[in-house]
Design a protein around this ligand. Sequence first.
Ligand SMILES: Cc1cc2nc3c(=O)[nH]c(=O)nc-3n(C[C@H](O)[C@H](O)[C@H](O)COP(=O)(O)O)c2cc1C
Length: 174
Amino acid sequence: MYKEIGVFDYSNKVLEKMHPGNFLTTKNGDTINTMIIGWGGVSIEWGKPIFIVLVRDCRATFDLIEASNEFTVSVPLENDLIEAIRVCGTKSLRDINKFEYCNLTPVKGRKIDTPIIGEAELHYECKVVYKQKLEKSAIPEAIKTRYYNPNTSNDFYHTVYYGEIIDQYIYEKE
Ligand SMILES: Cc1cc2nc3c(=O)[nH]c(=O)nc-3n(C[C@H](O)[C@H](O)[C@H](O)COP(=O)(O)O)c2cc1C
């Protein structure tokens, strides 16, 4: 059974679970996908509760979120889903269907078209209200060298998506 929660009730859990990682799920038409995020979190902008996520332009997720303008974030709590996190954080939709490969269940979102991950417990449904690609010239050199090195596969900048949280709930055993 899913129980509605206060929008900031579990903000600390979201941040705590950015390591090992949370699921960012996207859908466009019949295509659904999930990837792992380690950056971002719950915040307030323009008086609204906002989930911030950062997605590199090279991800399959980038194409889906650009098309749908919505996403869900699913946070594993007791069920740690470590193996699924490993696969979804390293394999692309372009290689495999991660839901099938990891035996993950897409459960219909309550307010948006994008599903949540049935095996995780804590969920946020979000609609993109603002986005911005990181401005190369504004990033300190040390961060560029570490995270956006042109000599590595990391030579893709992130777009920051601000998703207004329009629903948030947690799975509780009956
Ligand atoms: C712990 C962890 C955190 C990650 N955090 C992010 C992130 O915040 N943003 C991002 O673009 N990629 C991040 N990744 C990488 C993506 O999850 C990974 O490249 C994934 O395979 C992309 O899948 P896709 O091409 O199907 O979208 C992370 C990976 C791991 C393992």
